[in-house]
Design a protein. Structure first.
Length: 63
């Protein structure tokens, strides 16, 4: 998947997400403890896996 992902931050849900198709989202969940951000989970729908989407989301979060 080489197109640019539009990544949205949802701080109330502790989540960064990207809409991949209608009703299909990839996301990175996190917690903040002691002033540090910890990634707790990543999810990509099965039909979008293997395209580097979770990697790109995670890289966005740690920047």
């Amino acid at each position: 998947m080489s197109e640019k992902l539009r990544i949205l931050h949802r701080p109330k849900q502790n989540m960064f997400l990207a809409r991949l198709a209608p009703g299909k989202y990839a996301f990175v969940g996190y917690e903040v403890r002691g002033g540090k951000l910890y990634i707790t989970k990543t999810y990509t729908p099965p039909e979008f896996r293997g395209r580097g989407i979770a990697t790109r989301l995670t890289e966005h979060v740690v920047r």
